[in-house]
Write a protein that binds this ligand. Sequence first.
Ligand SMILES: [Zn+2]
Ligand SMILES: [Zn+2]
Length: 181
Amino acid sequence: MLLNLTDVFTSEGKVKELSVPYEEKTFSYMGNEYEIKGDTVADMKLSNIGTGTVLVEGSVTALMIIPCDRCLKDVKVSVSADFAHQVTSPDQEKGATEEASDDTSDEEQNFVSGYELDTDALISNEILIHMPVKVLCKDDCKGICSVCGHDLNEGECGCDRFVPDPRMAAIKDIFNANKEV
Ligand SMILES: [Zn+2]
Ligand SMILES: [Zn+2]
C-alpha cells in the first residue's frame, strides 16, 4: 500500500506506529515464483527525526512455500526481516543532510516516491535480502534417486546410481551401431 508521509515529514518529533499488510500473495526469486501463506503483516514505526526526514523502522515475517533443494518437497519457510531506513522528503534540499550521509541515507530508495512510501516495495526488498540461500526439508534430506526419481528419504529404491542413465546408454548404443554401418 502507499503511505503518505507528509504529516510525519512536517511534524517535528512525530512518531507513528502502525501495522501494514503486505499485499503480495506470491514472491518472485531467482526466476521462481513462491506462494506466500496466510496474511503477512509488517509492524512499522515512523519517526520524524528532523525536518523532512523520517526514520522507517519495522519488522516482518513472511511464510513461504519453497521446494526442498534436494527432494523438491514443499517446505514452509519463514522469512523474517528487521529494517530501518531513513527517508527524505522530496522538498528537502539535496546535500542539506550531508552530515547524516554516513549510514542509510545514500542507499537507493525505490520504495519512496514523492511523499509516499510504497510499503509493498519496501517489504519485498527486505524479504529479498533475507531469503534463505538453501532450503532443505530436513538437514539430512537424502534427495531423490537420479535414476528413477524415488524419494530416498522413504528408503532405497535399489537403483545402481553409479552407472550412467540407461536412456543415455541406449542412445549411445544407437550412435555406435550407426557408426559401424
Ligand atoms: Zn528434501
Ligand atoms: Zn531409483
